[in-house]
Design a protein around this ligand. Structure first.
Ligand SMILES: Cc1cc2nc3c(=O)[nH]c(=O)nc-3n(C[C@H](O)[C@H](O)[C@H](O)COP(=O)(O)OP(=O)(O)OC[C@H]3O[C@@H](n4cnc5c(N)ncnc54)[C@H](O)[C@@H]3O)c2cc1C
Length: 410
């Protein structure tokens, strides 16, 4: 893939590599995994000092005005830090998307710029205890009360909840219309009526402040609505691009790190008097893994390009969903292979493979589970298929193609 990057993308990648190498202490990762850190705010501040947050956003709001292709190059490097830190890094890109695309200039100045500059921290509150996949079933409600809204409900599994200064929250704002016309997106600042609870022990992905957020008559000024009253569906659809692009691209970093550790190990570790890489059973796992990694990266790049060139929305949706699904499943497989290559020691905490494996499991579940990705992929593909005729009638290229009576469909 090296040859596909432009000079400026290579320079960006090297900047992010320097950040990941020099500004993120090993102890922070260990303390996060041990649950000793509830929210690593200093990580975001350090990234902001290097102007590495919100890369796609306009320079007037602190970003660099770059494209998705650039951002995924950066995300793969941050992904080497596994899942919690990359997720917090990505949240600026995710929540920022709503503000950048739908926000007024006042809203951008008030919330986007400080997030990109590392002065305010953000979280996205979408999932509810009754379900995450069924977004439009949202039960959190907002009731108009003069020039403000009062929010009631709860959201769970919210990364960054413990440290976020503000949340992007979806709530139902009318009852007399279909769901896609009755949900609004709000910026809710931490304050009265907003309570965060740390509820869960997590398999991985620790230290990122994942919590439950309760809204009890939480007052939200009317000017905090993003994308207009009842305009939440458009905001949600737009935000699924950064949600899934960041999940896919971030996963690649963890996979790459695990594969490198395992491949180096296989070049030193001996069994039956020879290096284990000499056994095809081992080196072919390396071959499978690097092939998966390159294929996943290529698909993420294709999706990034389709967003950057503003391809048809349905094709963007399909490619982004494919990229998220394939990259996260490939990552799981690659890290699993790495553990297998390393034998018993890979299962211990002498190497970080076990943490990478625990952390990476989540990426097949969140930001739309991979079943939901399949739902979208097949839906968009059938839609495309219905909208065009085949270039060549390949069906007619069979010897007995004219036996119409054998083509029974019911
Ligand atoms: C550690 C962690 C961090 C998270 N961070 C955030 C966050 O920051 N913000 C946020 O809003 N959410 C977050 N989530 C929530 C995450 O996005 C959801 O867990 C996910 O979307 C699935 O929702 P659910 O858990 O309610 O499962 P459900 O929606 O109940 O789904 C359960 C199962 O049913 C399947 N399923 C559901 N509907 C369909 C369908 N129509 N077709 C096929 N299969 C289906 C799913 O694929 C899944 O296998 C996080 C979750 C975790 C565990």
């Amino acid at each position: 893939m090296e040859g596909l990057l432009t000079e400026s993308q290579r320079a960006l990648r090297d900047e992010v590599r320097a950040f990941v190498r020099d500004d993120v202490p090993r102890q922070l990762l260990l303390d996060m995994d041990a649950g000793k850190v509830s929210y690593p705010r200093e990580f975001l501040e350090a990234a902001a000092r290097r102007r590495l947050l919100g890369l796609r956003f306009p320079t007037e709001y602190g970003g660099r005005g770059l494209g998705w292709i650039d951002e995924i190059v950066a995300l793969e490097e941050v992904g080497v830090l596994s899942t919690s830190l990359p997720c917090l890094y990505s949240l600026v890109s995710i929540v920022g998307e709503a503000l950048n695309v739908f926000g007024t200039s006042e809203q951008k100045e008030r919330w986007l710029r400080p997030a990109v500059e590392g002065r305010l921290t953000v979280a996205e509150a979408l999932t509810e205890p009754r379900g995450g996949s069924d977004f439009f079933g949202t039960t959190t409600v907002a009731r108009r009360d003069g020039d403000r809204w009062l929010l009631n409900g709860q959201k769970r599994f919210i990364v960054g909840a413990e440290g976020a200064d503000y949340f992007l929250v979806y709530a139902r704002t009318r009852e007399d219309a279909p769901s896609h016309e009755s949900i609004s997106a709000f910026i809710v600042e931490r304050g009265p009526g907003v309570e965060v609870q740390h509820v869960y022990g997590l398999m991985g992905m620790r230290g990122g402040g994942t919590g439950r957020v309760y809204f009890r008559d939480a007052p939200v000024p009317a000017e905090n609505v993003i994308g207009g009253e009842n305009g939440g569906a458009s905001v949600f659809n737009q935000m699924m691009i950064p949600e899934r692009m960041t999940s896919g691209a971030g996963a690649l970093g963890g996979a790459r790190a695990a594969l490198e550790i395992a491949a180096r190990y296989s070049d030193r570790r001996k069994a039956f008097g020879q290096k284990i890489r000499a056994f095809e059973a081992v080196s072919f796992m390396v071959a499978d893994s690097i092939t998966l990694l390159d294929a996943a990266r290529a698909l993420v790049q294709a999706a990034a390009r389709s967003v950057d060139v503003e391809d048809e929305p349905s094709r963007v949706r399909r490619l982004v969903s494919e990229a998220k699904k394939f990259a996260t499943e490939s990552t799981w497989q690659i890290i699993n292979n790495a553990m297998q290559i390393m034998g018993g020691i890979g299962y211990t905490n002498v190497y970080p493979i076990e943490r990478l494996l625990r952390d990476s499991r989540l990426s097949m579940i969140w930001t739309g589970s991979n079943q939901i990705m399949n739902l979208l992929i097949q839906h968009e593909y059938y839609r495309e298929l219905g909208a065009r005729q085949p270039v060549r009638d390949v069906e007619a290229d069979a010897p007995d193609a004219d036996k119409e009576e054998e083509k029974v469909y019911e």
